[in-house]
Design a protein around this ligand. Structure first.
Ligand code: DLL
Length: 433
């Protein structure tokens, strides 16, 4: 098994705790002295830096919410003078003011290290050709993966997002072994590949590092089968650092978190109580090495759980389960909670349609109503109307049986749902317009 940094990736729990205790105490001191917003929050809670001696004291610290970043927009939570900041990115949130994040030279180094570990987890080495089809720019995806891949010494193809046809040409001509993009964009590429008549055997691609949005196990199976590769999940968010906050290894049994940089917790999003390992709840991260924008107990809104047992790959770090959705993406359909990825899972499991769908929510007569638009495959498209109605009913029935929600289902013509070249827009909420 290959590791990027065996010392930290395979460290014993006792040693890791010592590293975390030290780094957390130092971070809290720095934040308290350099960021007035945090100082006031801590003082309000009656907490002094000297109260934080170990990770057991984490619970004494206040949470940080996205709103705190908005209230201090753009640079109010930065912990060093702006002259030390060498890079600015923003988070891809679709609602409200964007949140701005800043990196010092050392932060870029930390990020590259975290990303290098993630890419090695997926089988990248210095002989790999990695095609980076995450967007370059203010989004952290492109540049984040780029620096990690260069750190390993892989050959980087910085193609950025978009232009699916060109992605395929480059993939074939340049001998890409590793593809990095969102899972929905990967699926668009698979489709384009088949339309262009390129056989998967003509490609050298072995693995994909896919993340930036939730995707179901069934979506993973679909991509793996149609592209003949290993599809690895990588997770991250700009506020914590960007991609590289966690990533799967080849065992695909949870995403390893570089805990020497980011300490995870799982809390109940309503009561804010810390939950024990194995429980599902909201992920919270404290950064313990970042300089520019260190964050304490950042509320990610992402739903996951933590596992502490050792992975078969030998890494000892805590693993988070695949993110099922965000607390703010959860749909409440007549009182039943459901995440878009659960609907995706049912549709792909059934396999009657193409794997392209969109969820439209509207309010009629004071009731929330969900309509699932799902694309027919070209062969279905030529079928009789009665057959199509049968399939719509079958899907409706399955969604009701598995998820307990009643939804309208409408089969739409092939290629009518917009293809993703970045993060897919799965939900159209007409109640908000
Ligand atoms: O999406 C960073 C990233 C880029 C991660 C490329 C992985 C690959 P933001 O734009 O700040 O950063 O969006 C962060 O995206 O809170 C999750 O809700 C979602 N997200 C990211 N990765 C995953 C994943 C980047 N693997 C937000 N599974 C996060 C599910 C994910 N959701």
């Amino acid at each position: 098994m290959d590791y990027w940094n065996e010392t930290y990736e395979c460290m014993s729990r006792g040693e890791m705790t010592r590293v975390q205790n030290d780094r957390l105490a130092n971070t809290v001191k720095r934040i308290f002295h350099n960021v007035s917003y945090y100082r006031e929050k801590m003082q309000k809670n009656g907490v002094e830096p000297s109260d934080i001696k170990s990770i057991d004291d984490l619970r004494k610290l206040p949470f940080t919410y996205k709103q705190d970043l908005r209230d201090t927009y753009p640079y109010g939570l930065f912990a060093l003078p702006l002259s030390e900041i060498v890079r600015i990115h923003v988070s891809s949130g679709t609602t409200g003011k964007q949140t701005v994040v800043g990196y010092t030279m050392k932060d870029i180094d930390t990020w590259s290290e975290a990303m290098a570990r993630a890419l090695v987890c997926a089988g990248t080495d210095r002989h790999s050709f990695i095609q980076i089809a995450y967007g370059y720019g203010l989004f952290t995806g492109g540049l984040g993966v780029h620096y990690g891949a260069e750190r390993i010494g892989a050959s980087v193809i910085p193609i950025s997002g978009g232009n699916t046809k060109r992605q395929i040409q480059i993939m074939r001509d340049f001998g890409t072994n590793i593809l990095a993009c969102t899972p929905s964009h990967a699926l668009s590429m698979v489709e384009e590949l088949e339309e262009m008549g390129v056989r998967k055997e003509e490609l050298s691609i072995k693995a994909g590092v896919f993340g930036g949005e939730p995707w179901s196990e069934n979506m993973r199976n679909e991509i793996e089968e149609r592209l003949g590769i290993l599809a690895i999940d990588i997770y991250g968010l700009s506020e914590v650092i960007g991609p590289g906050v966690a990533s799967e290894c080849e065992c695909k049994c949870g995403l390893h978190i570089p805990e020497d940089h980011f300490i995870p917790e799982i809390i109940d999003p309503v009561t804010e109580e810390i939950l024990p390992p194995g429980s599902t709840g909201e992920l919270v991260f404290s950064t313990i090495t970042k300089e520019g924008l260190p964050l304490l107990r950042y509320r990610t809104r992402d739903i996951s759980s933590l596992a502490c047992d050792k992975c078969d790959c030998g890494r000892t770090a805590v693993r988070m389960s695949k993110v099922s959705g965000r607390t703010d993406d959860m749909l409440i359909i007549r009182g039943v909670n459901v995440f878009p990825s659960q609907i995706e899972s049912v549709l792909l499991e059934m396999g009657e349609t193409a794997p392209h769908y969109q969820l439209v929510i509207d309010r009629k007569d004071n009731f929330d109503f969900l309509e699932i638009l799902v694309e027919m495959t070209p062969s279905l498209f030529s079928d009789e109307v009665r057959e199509l109605e049968n399939i719509e009913n079958k899907i409706r029935h399955e969604i009701q049986g598995t998820l307990g929600i009643s939804a309208g289902v409408r089969l739409v013509e092939p290629k009518t749902i917009e293809r993703s070249m970045g993060k897919a827009k799965r939900v159209i909420d007409k109640r908000k317009t």
